[in-house]
Design a protein around this ligand. Sequence first.
Ligand code: 13P
Length: 229
Amino acid sequence: MILAANFKMNHTRASTKEYLRKLQECPKPKDLELFVFPPYTALDRYEGPAVIGAQNAYGAEQGSYTGEIGLQQLKEFGITTLILGHSERRHLFGESQELIAQKFAFYKERGFTIFYCVGETLDIREKGDIQRYLLAQLEGIDLKYEGLIVAYEPVWAIGTGRSAKEEEIKEVLAFLQTLTSRPLLYGGSVKPQNIQTIMRIQGCSGALVGTASWRIESFCQMIQKMKEL
Ligand code: 13P
């Protein structure tokens, strides 16, 4: 099982440190892998049960890429885990599939664990063209890569408080399972109240959590819920 906290543009270096200190006091089941993705400015080496990853990175070691970080900056803190293709990168910041696939290839080559996100917009869901849309978001991605973790995050369920329904998640995960045998996560309004239901969905290996992960108490509550499964 996997539980990952995507801090997005929340938390400072000081509050991340405090969060990760408290996380050490939160009992976790042995078979649960924890990941925390703080903002760039809070990347560091931390003690504790969670693997620290970056929310994004450019596909180069170093160079003239204003505003980006690359392999050199990640290496400083021993970071080998990344989120790529998050819908906020795709939709708010206009990242193209080509760019995302380039980053994927670069970090795959270097053995990174990559949380690769896909998910349809509400418009696409209503039109019923989900599979084609998801396939386009997987273009150029090596679905056999052993460091790959795929997160299904429907855009309309992110940060809205409205998670996708069990059936909806199950259907998409079943489709993704026809494409890859790597672990599949769900993300989109996951919280302590619904995490057990989500974890029981066939094909679901874990959750990528935004809002409900930002408070350590709530993240720890989700860890407890996973323990009870
Ligand atoms: P929320 O949990 O806030 O819906 O965000 C999900 C997400 O985007 C995780 O990457």
